[in-house]
Design a protein around this ligand. Structure first.
Ligand SMILES: Nc1nc2c(ncn2[C@@H]2O[C@H](COP(=O)(O)OP(=O)(O)OP(=O)(O)O)[C@@H](O)[C@H]2O)c(=O)[nH]1
Length: 539
């Protein structure tokens, strides 16, 4: 969906909302009038219905450009709430006053035909990821190795020397070696591109050096000798390269228009969401959509948000997902009560689009980082052994169902023991991460790559022919062999051997993996640093 289309739909929603809220106010006025005219005591159910109606308006009017109406509804809601809690029957004059305030609100709505709707944020653009990320390196001496390594990961890297180059090339990230470049020099260059993110390199590991980096506006800090895979991970995190799937948010709210408004607002910021207006559908929504976080309205008929949060927490599968209440409840004590039952945080409605997007992004990012840390290998951030085996099974059965070919690749770093023995275990780990990052960068978004064992990796390539898989792995093999691995003052090259098998040749997931493993051994036997294809010799 393009930005203009989203804005058009948001405007249509606002119109729809104004019409609905007008009808809701008229219904509430009729209820208050009827209650005021009664000779007998008012039942709590009738008051609860009034409160619920006012609560919905209080939580949504601000979002659609009617902040004064939202505030007025909130005050009326609190009044009804107090009456309900004190269990003192409201008198007829009290209810007449409520009716008059509701009429005032209705006039407020009519007079706000040109409501002060917040303009779409100028800095919101649909997420794209078309050009390569530009990285400028400011360092003394030989930067060839770093340039080559980062280029190998798909970044467009340059060392810029002239101010004019900074102005015209406009890097996304600047890496500055503060140990060798004077502050005045790098600050003048960086001032030309204030939007560029800064990563500082230093010889000093201490707290003060880190604090200075924070004060210099740095988003990353590394010390020499440089851990290139860790630097690359930080860069990917900073620029959110497109292989990062959009964050996913499940919105549970019975106010369909408000929920749709939230969905579209998040969509503009590149966040995918799905709306559920029936609490009973939430488990299905979680299973099908697998969100990074859930936004839950507190006040819903039939099942409250807190009950729903507790119900979700019954299931271990969803323990890692933050449950955030999005509610018009502004009373701190009630918020604390809700959080004590379940749920992780509170966002108070009405909430501006900018605040909603910022709050959701920060929490979704944290949630994703945590679940990745749990499900992934600590050294490389790749998926672990059991998950990768499951993915092979999924691809195998997809081939049987739809006839699409998928490939499995087994990759093993060559003579890894001797790398450990020569340069130490730490350098061995560094080489493992170097290859992990390269695989992640070079494979497609739909591909999966896992760490199978020590220096062994498995890649699963869906919708991919054997020829294409071999070509892709061959290119990665060449890049890896050219990368410079740094161990103190020493520079060396590492290589890998790989075996590729196809779901067309093996119908059993275990046999498919074994075939890739056999082909990888064949590559080792025939000299290493090569890719071999598994052939089905039984046919
Ligand atoms: N640094 C490091 N080493 C590991 C890790 N896991 C396994 N290893 C080491 O990796 C080495 C693997 O060596 P081998 O399987 O004998 O094979 P190789 O030396 O890679 O030789 P070929 O595979 O025949 O090319 C062993 O020495 C393991 O101790 C790890 O996480 N980090």
């Amino acid at each position: 969906m393009q930005g203009e289309e989203v804005q058009r739909r948001l405007a249509a929603l606002r119109e729809q909302y104004a019409e609905r809220i007008g009808n809701d106010l008229q219904t509430l006025m009729a209820q208050a009038r009827e209650l005021a005219a009664r000779q007998r005591a008012v039942e709590p159910e009738a008051l609860e219905s009034l409160r619920h109606g006012l609560h919905r308006i209080a939580g949504s009017a601000g979002t659609f450009g009617y902040p004064a109406l939202g505030q007025e509804a909130r005050e009326m809601e609190l009044w009804v709430q107090t009456v309900l809690e004190t269990a003192v029957a409201p008198t007829s004059p009290m209810l007449t006053t409520l009716h008059d305030r509701l009429s005032g609100s209705y006039r407020l709505l009519e007079n706000s035909a040109t409501a002060s709707v917040a303009e779409p944020q100028a800095d919101y653009e649909l997420v794209s990821g078309e050009r390569a990320i530009r990285i400028a390196i400011m360092a003394e001496g030989d930067t060839h190795g770093l340039l080559q390594s980062l280029s190998g990961f798909g970044y467009d890297c340059r060392c810029l020397t002239q101010i004019e180059e900074w102005r015209s090339w406009r890097p996304d990230v600047v890496i500055i070696d503060t140990a060798h470049v004077e502050p005045a020099v790098w600050q003048a260059s960086v001032a030309e591109v204030p939007s560029a993110m800064r990563v500082l390199l230093s010889d000093d590991r201490g707290f003060d050096a880190r604090l200075q980096a924070v004060r210099a506006g740095a988003q990353g800090f590394f010390t020499h000798p440089l851990d290139v895979p860790a630097l690359e991970r930080r860069l990917r995190h900073l620029v959110s390269l497109p292989q990062q799937d959009p964050y996913r948010v499940l919105i549970v709210d019975d106010d369909v228009e408000l929920a749709e408004h939230f969905r579209l607002t998040l969509k503009v910021a590149g966040i995918e969401s799905r709306v559920i207006d029936q609490p009973s559908d939430v488990l299905r929504g979680l299973r099908e959509f697998v969100p990074d976080l859930v936004l839950i309205d507190i006040n819903m008929p039939g099942c409250s948000g807190t009950e729903l949060a507790r119900l979700i927490r019954f299931d271990d599968d969803w323990l890692r997902i933050p449950l955030i209440y999005l509610s018009a409840e502004s009373d701190a004590e009630r918020q604390a009560q809700a959080l004590a039952q379940a749920g992780d945080d509170f966002l108070v409605k009405p909430i501006s689009d900018v605040a909603l997007t910022a709050a959701v992004t920060a929490r979704a990012q944290r949630s994703r980082q945590l679940s990745q840390a749990l499900a992934r290998d600590g050294l490389t951030g790749l998926i672990k052994h059991p998950a990768i085996k499951e993915l092979i099974e999924i691809e195998q059965s997809r081939t049987q169902r739809s006839g699409a070919e998928a490939c499995v690749v087994m990759i093993d770093i060559d003579r890894f023991k001797s790398i450990n023995d020569t340069y130490g275990h730490g350098t061995g780990d560094y080489v493992i991460r170097l290859l992990a990052n390269l695989l992640r960068q070079r494979l497609r978004r739909v591909d999966h790559v896992g760490r199978y064992g020590g220096e062994e990796f498995v890649a699963v390539l869906p919708a991919c022919s054997l020829d294409n898989a071999c070509e892709a792995i061959e290119r990665i093999r060449e890049s890896f062999a050219q990368m410079e691995c740094v161990a103190g003052k020493a520079v060396f090259h590492a290589t890998f051997s790989a075996g590729v098998s196809s779901t067309f040749d093996w119908t059993d997931a275990g046999a498919l993996l074994e075939a890739a493993d056999r082909a990888m051994y064949e590559a080792k036997q025939s000299g290493r640093n090569r890719v071999c294809v598994a052939r089905d010799t039984s046919v």
